[in-house]
Write a protein that binds this ligand. Structure first.
Ligand SMILES: [Zn+2]
Ligand SMILES: [Zn+2]
Length: 443
């Protein structure tokens, strides 16, 4: 039997035997229902073509202006990079750097690495740097926020229509197309490419029995998903991609608390300090996040007010509360509703990036409203604090190891998990067959 037939759930640690999947099928964990892996939707040929198309669209999106404004014959326009430069020059270097990373550098790294790897696989070769680049794809994907930027652009346009004549530029359409293409690219998991690489360059196979014989549950590589026996050595590296293997993320709960505390403290200035200053002929106006929401509400855009309110106020509070609950219950080794807590973690992971929405709106607004004689908008210190809250809560959810939720009750949940209750998924989806729970931590 082949060693790569085993997969351990990244959210609860339950071990499964992999079943082959057809295109667009998913295998779910029998215990926590998280998606374990997907059937390959495209071969490396098609993937390389899609990625190449996305790179060309990305370049057009980056170099063309996104939107232009016209007031009394005065004209301004903004590219994404130009907007970041404006922010940088206004002493908002940290915010500018985070916007640059999440909308330019990380998407570029993801696309560039994927193109290199898939072109190699297409030619039947595992090119040098294969593992390092695939690992960077997973990391860059977590922090790339093109889809959030796209919604931020649309909100900025609606906001500007009340101030000036808005002229839509080619960059806007390129960002729209790029968002759609990235949705395709994201459906393709780096782990599928790792397995294609294995087929081209097979390594020594290992008996599954040897993996399970050690008496403890095997370890799973966070990056490539390879399951390896736990030798008990203080530091083990993945045999495939070289990443350090951990049974659970080290000091997960302590680090989560530290990041949450920092985020909670910064949440206060993020809401109290102005995020934008408007200097106009009529004097200066300060805007906090909440006054921005009120502005949309009173100016006849309740839908936009609701979107910004949810993304900027509700989501950060929800994340702080949810992660505190998860860290607290995991610390107490609670057995309370592990499935629901895993769902809560999944929700936090999913919505986390959307809080950046207001930061993107501020970035574009500051770049566009630069009519020296009429009105100039600059960013305020609240934007910096808010940006820090978003990044800190994202780091906190990354530090929290969701498998800790299941560790306490590993023995008792084994019985309930065995019942084939399949709540949400349609029955046509094949489920990976589970062969053991992670109860090995107790064994
Ligand atoms: Zn699971
Ligand atoms: Zn690995």
């Amino acid at each position: 039997m082949h060693r790569y037939d085993l997969i351990s759930c990244h959210e609860c640690g339950a071990l499964h035997r992999k079943a082959p999947l057809g295109p667009r099928q998913k295998a779910r964990c029998v215990r926590c229902r998280s998606v374990l892996y997907r059937g390959a939707s495209a071969g490396p040929e098609r993937m390389a073509a899609i990625v190449l198309g996305a790179i060309l669209t990305f370049l057009i999106a980056q170099f063309c202006p996104i939107v232009a404004l016209e007031v009394n014959g005065l004209h301004t326009s903004a590219t994404l990079f130009g907007a970041i430069v404006v922010l940088w020059q206004e002493q908002m270097q940290v915010v500018a750097a985070i916007v640059f990373l999440s909308t330019i550098l990380f998407p570029a790294v993801e696309l560039g690495a994927l193109l290199y790897v898939t072109l190699g696989l297409r030619a039947g070769r595992v090119l040098p740097g294969f593992h390092r680049l695939l690992r960077s794809v997973s990391a860059a994907r977590h922090w790339g926020m093109t889809e959030v930027l796209m919604i931020g652009i649309l909100i900025t346009i609606v906001k500007m229509t009340s101030l000036a004549q808005v002229l839509v530029q080619p960059g806007l359409f390129a960002f729209g197309a790029l968002t759609a293409m990235l949705a395709f690219v994201v459906a393709y998991e780096p782990r599928a490419l790792w397995e294609l690489g294995d087929r081209l360059r097979p390594r020594a196979e290992q008996d599954q029995r040897a993996l399970l014989a050690a008496g403890r549950a095997p370890l799973q590589c966070h990056a490539c998903g390879l399951v390896a026996p736990d030798t008990g050595a203080p530091q083990q590296h993945c045999a495939r991609c070289g990443k350090v293997l951990h049974r659970r993320r080290p000091d997960s709960i302590g680090r989560t608390w530290a990041l949450l505390l920092a985020a909670a403290i910064l949440y206060i200035p993020a809401n109290l300090l102005p995020v934008m200053y408007t200097h106009s002929l009529f004097g200066q106006q300060d805007d906090t996040i909440i006054s921005g929401v009120v502005y949309f509400w009173t100016s006849g855009s309740p839908a936009l007010a609701a979107i910004i309110f949810i993304a900027s106020i509700v989501v950060p509070v929800l994340k702080l509360a949810a992660l505190s609950l998860l860290a607290w219950t995991a610390q107490r080794r609670s057995r309370w509703r592990p499935y629901q807590r895993t769902l809560l973690y999944r929700l936090v992971e999913f919505v986390g990036r959307w809080s950046m929405l207001d930061i993107f709106v501020i970035t574009l607004t500051v770049a566009l409203v630069r009519f020296q004689s009429l009105a100039v908008i600059t960013a305020g210190p609240g934007a910096l604090a808010f940006c820090a809250v978003v990044v800190l809560t994202m780091l906190a959810s990354l530090q929290f190891d969701p498998r800790l939720i299941w560790d306490a009750g590993a023995a008792s949940t084994a019985a309930t998990a065995a019942t084939p209750a399949a709540p949400a998924a349609p029955p046509a989806l094949p489920h990976a067959h589970r062969i053991d729970s992670s109860g090995g931590t107790h064994g």
